[in-house]
Design a protein around this ligand. Structure first.
Ligand code: ZN
Length: 211
């Protein structure tokens, strides 16, 4: 099974994708993780990416595609759940050259739900642990359970910044989603209630995939 998963920031796609791994027995491939791995291992590609990020320029499509190609080719026989790629129609076409995709999951979560979820997210200043004042509160308000560090709200989790991130996501992903819709590969999943057990959403996704 070769699956691509789409969803706005804060839609929980990473959580769902990693739980689908157990359910469907395919590896979860996140381009974000692959990029961090290349940088950590100081590979030639990793060094190239670091140069782009330190100069503030976007990493070109071709570089990301190269990284993905390397990993996907190794995993092709097992199938995959791909997250973070394709971000453009150009990348979608590149992916077609590497392999055929069986199904594309599109997570739909209302903006208001995402703003609410992300703006209640808190992070520890000391160890980076993530909490949520509504769904996963620390034992003592404002303090990390592990080290007592001070909890703060990240700049990109401020409501105005989240709105902006959602707008950017919408504009970038729409053509890619249309591309897959026109190929009849798209499965829309609605998730309006963030407090619902993630396992239930995963079941819903697995059912849609198998249809
Ligand atoms: Zn901490």
């Amino acid at each position: 099974m070769k699956i691509v998963i789409f969803g706005p920031p804060g839609s929980g796609k990473g959580t769902y994708a990693s739980r689908l791994v157990n359910k469907l027995g395919v590896p979860h491939i996140s381009t974000g993780d692959l990029v961090r791995e290349e940088i950590r291992n100081k590979t030639p590609l990793g060094k190239q990416i670091e140069k782009y990020s330190s100069s503030g320029t976007l990493v070109p499509d071709a570089v990301i595609t190269d990284i993905l190609k390397k990993r996907l080719t190794a995993e092709l026989s097992k199938g995959f759940i791909l997250e973070g790629y394709p971000r453009t129609v150009g990348q979608a076409k590149e992916l077609e050259k590497i392999t055929k995709v069986d199904v594309v999951v599109n997570l739909n979560v209302p903006d208001s739900v995402i703003v609410d979820r992300l703006s209640s997210r808190l992070q520890c200043k000391t160890c980076g642990a993530i909490y949520n004042s509504k769904t996963m509160p620390p034992k003592v308000a404002g303090k990390c359970d592990k080290d007592g560090g001070e909890l703060f709200r990240r700049v990109d989790d401020q409501p105005e910044v989240i709105q902006e991130r959602l707008k950017v996501y919408q504009q970038a992903s729409e053509p890619v989603i249309d591309f897959y819709r026109s190929k009849h590969l798209l499965k829309d999943i609605r998730n309006e209630d963030p407090s619902v057990d993630p396992e239930k959403v995963v079941d819903q996704i697995a059912k849609a995939i198998k249809q």
